[in-house]
Write a protein that binds this ligand. Structure first.
Ligand SMILES: *Cc1c(COP(=O)(O)O)cnc(C)c1O
Length: 345
């Protein structure tokens, strides 16, 4: 009889919320849809009979143009998810120590276990902030080979200042992977994107899935110095970003005005959602964390009841033990959410 490896025996497929809900505020996607006419313009020159460009040269040039980063330092991935997988699989040996913070994005721990790394988890402070000196000390005393976390953080919605990031990178020999999936919502002055090439132990991850509104295209970028970029490009599968994604994303990303409009619309929606919840000060929300992302994070011992109540009103949010994470939707969606919360028993 065929024997699965132990790590596969306990593994189950990823299971996002299924079912039909009118309002989806559970996955931090953008609420801005692309109109079908510009979509067909975007892909009309794509040649499906040809393999895609393995380096996605036009695409990384457009992306570099939008963020003022040299495309020589950019690697495109099939979502930043694929890049996290490649980095954890290839930049560490089996059994080497990787540090994650908690709470944080679950995919870091997922891929670390999949590739049989020695996963160490450092709990954040009681107020969910990151104490950077503790992170540095843990890395240096426990011989950690890589540290990976999101900044701003999903799910806490908090941001770690750039000076703390620089202190971390300069104080450790470990590889630092800074996942900036939500940085668009905070501000580029807090980003490491423009200085990624100055450090030999830094990879910055960005995605088109959130602020740029292209989660369905599956596209993310790694920005790093010369050597790491060369190795990332060598380790990835050659045709990882397909022809349709390359041409559509290049088309949309080249339109800086449209991209900035999308970012601003999500920030406005976030501010409105936050202000609405703050003003109403619901007794069943114990802590409403300040947000620099496109979602709000709430501590509540009634998380499960509220989550199920909202689902029964066809509103999906993310439930995580004593917390709820709610993505900022459009005006009607926020209104429907507030109307429902007003009636929560
Ligand atoms: C949503 C998200 C991503 C994006 O992943 P893609 O594979 O690019 O869609 C990456 N990191 C974090 C922390 C996220 O929340």
């Amino acid at each position: 009889m065929y024997n699965l490896t132990e790590k596969l025996v306990s593994l189950t497929p990823y299971d996002p919320i299924q079912g039909e809900y009118k309002i989806r505020l559970d996955a931090n996607e953008s609420f801005i849809e692309t109109d079908k006419e510009s979509l067909s313009n975007a892909v009309k020159n794509a040649s499906l009979n040809r393999y895609p460009d393995p380096y996605a040269k036009k695409l990384i040039k457009a992306y570099g143009g939008l963020y003022e980063v040299n495309p020589d330092y950019i690697t495109a991935g099939n979502g930043s998810d694929e890049l996290i997988s490649i980095i954890t699989a290839c930049f560490l040996r089996k059994g080497e120590k990787v540090l994650c913070l908690s709470p944080d994005f679950s995919m870091y721990a997922f891929y670390s276990s999949l590739y049989e790394l020695d996963l160490r988890v450092l709990k954040k402070e009681a107020d969910l902030t990151v104490n950077i000196d503790k992170v540095i000390e843990t890395i240096n005393t426990e011989n950690i080979r890589a540290v990976i976390f999101s900044n701003p953080c999903n799910p806490t919605s908090l941001g770690l200042p750039k000076k703390d990031m620089i202190k971390l990178i300069s104080s450790v020999g470990a590889l630092v992977i800074a996942d900036e999936a939500y940085m668009d919502f905070w501000g580029e002055e807090n980003s490491l994107l423009k200085c990624a090439d100055l450090y030999d132990n830094l990879i910055v991850l960005r995605t088109c899935s959130k602020a740029l509104g292209m989660a369905g295209l599956r596209l993310g970028f790694a920005v790093s110095g010369k050597l790491i970029t060369e190795k990332l490009r060598a380790a990835k599968s050659p045709y990882n970003v397909n022809v349709l994604t390359q041409s559509a994303a290049e088309y949309f990303i080249s339109d800086a005005k449209e991209m900035n409009k999308r970012i601003e619309a999500c920030k406005t929606a976030r501010n409105e959602l936050y202000a609405n919840l703050f003003r109403r000060n619901y007794p069943f929300f114990e802590t409403l964390y300040p947000s620099v992302t496109n979602f709000v994070f709430i501590r509540t011992s009634k998380a499960k009841e509220i989550y199920e109540y909202l689902l029964s009103n066809s509103i999906a949010v993310r439930y995580m033990e004593d917390y709820l994470r709610i993505t900022a939707g459009n005006q009607e969606e926020t209104k429907a959410l507030i109307t429902a919360l007003e009636r929560f028993p």
